[in-house]
Design a protein around this ligand. Sequence first.
Ligand code: AHM
Ligand code: MG
Length: 336
Amino acid sequence: MQKIKFNTLARHIYEEERKYPEATGELSDLLHDLSLAAKVISLEVNKAGLVDILGFTGSSNVHGEEVKKLDVYAHEMLIKAMDHGGHLCVMASEEDEDIIHIPPEFYIGKYVLLFDPLDGSSNIDANVSIGTIFSIYRRVSPGNGPGTIEDCLQPGFKQVAAGYIIYGSSTIFVYTAGNGVHGFTLDPSFGEFILSHPNIKTPKKGKIYSINEGNYLYWHPGLKKYIKWLQEEDKSTGRPYSSRYIGSMVADIHRNLLYGGIFMYPADIRNPNGKLRLMYECNPMAFIVEQAGGRASDGKKRILEIQPEKLHQRVPIFIGSEEDVLMVERFLRENE
Ligand code: AHM
Ligand code: MG
């Protein structure tokens, strides 16, 4: 078993920051505040199964108080935890149509935060893993006033940091600040994220594919051929692959990151741009997977190089082990 240094997320962030003498500590503060929000959301997610007894989400609880739906709760908790730290100039959330301004009474900072508060939220009632995804950029708009939409619409390669938190059999916080990918598991007894997955590297080639096969009929012919190819037997290329699909992107990609494999949410006849959002889901996950040695594309182009046009833009995504993503790109190209 690999011996892992006993370290907390807070200390790890601080140690990483010290490697860069020019660092101001602002990014560290942001990551720290995010981890605090994650702990609070994690507690609430763990209670989700009790809402039938203690009060339904979206209705009133036993005290007659309004109980928020968990994704709305996570959205509001993140804003509450992040808006007054003095390091952000603007935020955007998958749960909000428009950008989120920093209230005028708080300091305006130089960073931009985008997040999907609770990805895979349709899985909540079945006790299946769900997660929070975040993405951090530097502001690009001039001046020190409030940030603008321009600050939010930056291509993914400009991300300064990205991460996700999965609320699963345990809660794990995974992040990159451009210097590798590191994972921390929450010890619920004393409420600290402890380093459990230092410097995650994803296998160059996997044995797992993850896609909603119910959409088969609507796929691109190249994709149909690729999936059939994965299911054929050929020992020299490690086929057939196993199929695994949770339906929570963040959990599906996390599993494949550790074991190797490919996650796909393609475009199809009904959804010409796929389903997943570039700014809240695809960019942060692409940054993390690339940092772990993997690859992420829309079938042709690197996800991180797509110039976003709108906040809630959707893109097809093929993400995971490098050789697997290269292979699906080839099938798509050769069967145009
Ligand atoms: P959400 O942000 O509303 O939860 O939707 C995103 C989720 C992803 O986590 C997941 O990969 C995908 O939707 C599943 O979609 P489908 O049910 O079409 O397979
Ligand atoms: Mg989502």
